[in-house]
Design a protein around this ligand. Sequence first.
Ligand code: FDA
Length: 384
Amino acid sequence: MDADLVIVGAGLFGLTIAQQAVEHTDARVEIIDIRDHIGGNAYSYLDEETGAEIHKYGAHLFHTSNRRVWDYVNRFTSFTDYVHRVYATHDGEVYPLPINLGTINQFFRAHYTPQEAKALINEQAGELAGTDPENLNDQGISLIGRPLYEAFIKNYTAKQWQTDPSELPASIIKRLPVRFTYDNRYFRDTWEGLPKDGYTAWFERMIDDERIHVHLGTDFFDTGQALNKTALVGKVPVIYTGPVDRYFDYELGALQWRTVDFTERRYDEDDHLGCPVMNFPDSDVPFTRAIEFKNFNPERRDRQNHEKTVVWEEHSRFARRGDEPYYPVNTAEDRALYKAYKRKAEAEEQVIFGGRLGTYAYYDMHQVINSALICFEKQVAPLL
Ligand code: FDA
């Protein structure tokens, strides 16, 4: 094996490190991934029947206010002018999200000015004034008042956590943004959009260099293949972006994650939801939200099938061993456990842990790219 750098995981963290390595050094890079595709959780594929670009692990929208990251990603793809907007079906009506003046006026059948709406929400949020929120319900009520909390947040959160919010810690929700304007642009970042030719074309361009080799369907812990942990650690620099507890064979215990299951529905219609993402915050609908992928790319209308569409309903639950880990549960015990794993990780010779699984953190794509750019400069380059 004549690699100078081995990267475990072809997600955005691993791809960014590989790209930087060949740009700034003469390194030969081997990337392995246990899955049969590159791109990690941001991978997408074309659905032949409808012409939709399906985001295999859930809706992925790119957004950032970081100039360095924006310039970096634009080297590999241009972006559409897609602006993310989300709606919610509650009690037989459709409302705009995040909660804004439009949501408030529709909900209370009113025409409040921003100031009047603010006064109303403050008054409703004061219901539990003088008490410390004991659970998520109290916290939600103190942040936005009972009526809006119960309509849009309570049951949605219960479905996300499969737990009644009265039994969830208040700390799960730190803030619930309410906008006192009609602006329902979901992200507040300077730049947003979707990669013009799709996510996979973007990722392929990042590693289009003869010094980078990719090995798919390859598990770092499988000693039956050459690029495995036992053979490599201590001998060549390794960037590890898989789960940190898995690396140490769960010897201190397992970190907790939530996962997501999707139910696919196909309709003989051009457009089923009228938007890309519809939340369902009521308890009588079993899923949290539905994604209609065709609607992320209205600029591709002439390449899409106008008679068929595909919608994915999203169900959230606690992950068991073997499930895809999606969101860190992040209880105080999890944080303490991660700290212990982090100490062990730091002691590993020539192994750098990165990305969302390697550092037990939720990152958006721009954050993971930024952390990989910094990690390359500070930690990887000196090893090459
Ligand atoms: P990622 O998980 O992508 O890559 C790690 C790779 O390591 C995987 O490909 C895995 O197969 C591989 N691996 C693990 N164990 C291995 C082993 N033993 N051997 C070999 N390979 C192994 N962000 C955003 O900006 N906008 C958005 O809209 C969304 N939406 C969103 C929805 C959902 C449902 C989730 C869960 C996440 C998002 N994200 C997001 C976040 C985004 O997915 C995230 O920032 C990146 O995918 C993180 O990239 P990483 O490289 O860190 O991990």
